[in-house]
Design a protein around this ligand. Structure first.
Ligand SMILES: [Zn+2]
Ligand SMILES: [Zn+2]
Length: 111
């Protein structure tokens, strides 16, 4: 540890600062653009709808059973055991709990 000189320490400190600045830059940028949007009084993420459509179920609120992202194995078994009138079964979207949309994270964050 005695080998580390003051200049090496300083260099390490500057390097860390530069790294932090590089990492923080995009976040600062998005923060500024977010506050700009807010000052415009309109949410660009959702267009003031206060909600964004679920990308998993395309806003429908249900997904077809057997879809790649379906985790409703129990529901599948239940439906196949009891029978289901439709061959194309659908279950509530596990991502949005069948609502088809989320409340906009930008809007819900703002006071
Ligand atoms: Zn969904
Ligand atoms: Zn919004």
């Amino acid at each position: 540890m005695e080998n580390i000189t003051a200049s090496e320490l300083a260099g390490f400190g500057v390097g860390t600062l530069l790294l932090c600045a590089t990492i923080a830059a995009p976040r600062v940028d998005s923060f500024i653009s977010a506050s700009q949007r807010r000052s415009l009084g309109m949410c660009k993420k959702c267009g003031d709808l206060k909600m964004i459509a679920c990308s998993k179920c395309k806003g429908v609120g249900s997904v077809k059973a057997g879809a790649p992202f379906s985790f409703n194995l129990v529901d599948d078994l239940y439906q196949s055991f009891w029978g289901d009138e439709s061959k194309v079964r659908s279950t509530a979207c596990p991502s949005c709990q069948g609502r088809g949309h989320f409340s906009c994270p930008d809007c819900s964050k703002s006071p």
